[in-house]
Design a protein around this ligand. Structure first.
Ligand code: PSU
Ligand code: MN
Length: 310
């Protein structure tokens, strides 16, 4: 049983120094409904290709950990009801059972790093849940960011989470949170959270430089690039907050726990906002994919310059 199945196109790109961008798959299997999910997956890969990089969507297919998926696998993941959600601790179990699973940010980061991919685009990262001081519900995404050297491009984190506590944990773990062309941590559907980002960079080349500098120092944690949703697609934070409060109450009444919490809240927000939040979600993912491709290209450029000098 091979640990990783890397698609030929991705393997070739990595060998030749063509930029590669990893993509997660829980967003496909548990983050949005069909058929919006398959459209999103294909469009996101298209945006990365147009920008001159190679997309590598990561998932578990029939128990195989795959880096780079063909269209048939993407469709299987997008369509089937019985697809699992795999974070880091679920990966080995999914392999033994030969299941299909979407990989979370944590699992995708781990696999990307093992495959030699430095840049990863997603929608939003997981974090500290509201009420975590009672429930201990903190996403494994944060643990993995602490010890996995990957650049994660996202639109911040959803306000279903406790954003100030999430920022505290990232600080403890040595994870830079870079506001891309913003001083404020974006909150997924909206550009505002009221929380300042510790670092602001306005150029993808500077993001690449920071990431490389961090590696050069031997620092093992990842970095988060928080890229706000474009103005024209953003939703007002106050509308979303009201919906989240209702969804959180319902989750606690129903006793939703563990890895079911995030998908439950996401689907409630989706239905309460109608098409608006889904459209916003798609647009922010596309925006992140385009930026991730730029960062991946800038990183390769820097590596070339470095090798030419030495
Ligand atoms: N946040 C979103 N959309 C998502 C997720 C998070 O806005 O689809 C997914 C990501 O895959 C993330 C996972 O890694 O949920 C976090 O789940 P948990 O909170 O169970 O760790
Ligand atoms: Mn959790």
């Amino acid at each position: 049983m091979k640990a990783l199945y890397i698609k030929e196109e991705v393997r070739k790109a990595l060998g030749e120094g063509t930029p590669v961008v990893a993509l997660e798959s829980t967003i496909i299997t548990h983050g949005m409904p069909h058929p919006a999910n398959i459209d999103m997956a294909l469009n996101t890969e298209g945006i990365i290709r147009e920008a001159g990089a190679v997309p590598a969507t990561i998932a578990v297919v029939d128990g195989d950990v795959r880096v780079g998926l063909d269209r048939a696998s993407l469709e299987t993941l997008a369509k089937s009801d019985g697809v699992h959600k795999a974070s880091t601790r679920d990966l080995s179990y999914m392999r033994i059972l030969k299941r299909h699973a979407g990989t979370t940010v944590a699992a995708t980061m781990h696999i990307a790093r093992a495959a030699g991919i430095d840049v990863f685009a997603t929608g939003g990262i997981g974090g500290v849940h509201r009420g975590a001081s009672e429930s201990f519900d903190v996403s494994a995404d944060l643990e993995t960011l602490a010890d996995t050297s990957v650049c994660v491009v996202c639109a911040g984190a959803k306000a279903i989470l406790d954003l100030p506590s999430t920022m505290e944990v990232l600080e403890t773990q040595g994870v830079e949170v870079i506001g891309y062309r913003t001083d404020e941590l974006p909150a997924f559907y909206s550009r505002e959270s009221g929380i300042e980002t510790p670092v602001r960079l306005d150029d993808s080349k500077d993001v690449a430089a920071l990431f490389q500098s961090k590696r050069a120092l031997g620092l093992k944690s990842g970095i988060v690039v928080a890229n706000p949703i474009p103005h024209e697609h953003a939703l007002p934070a106050s509308t979303i907050e009201q919906i989240i409060e209702v969804a959180l109450k319902e989750a606690s009444q129903k006793g939703i726990k563990g890895k079911e919490v995030t998908p439950f809240l996401l689907s409630r927000i989706e239905s309460a906002t109608g098409g608006d939040s889904l459209r916003a979600n798609l647009e922010l993912v596309y925006n992140n994919a385009a930026l991730a491709a730029k960062i991946a290209k800038a990183l390769i450029e820097r590596e070339r310059m470095h090798n030419a000098r030495s």
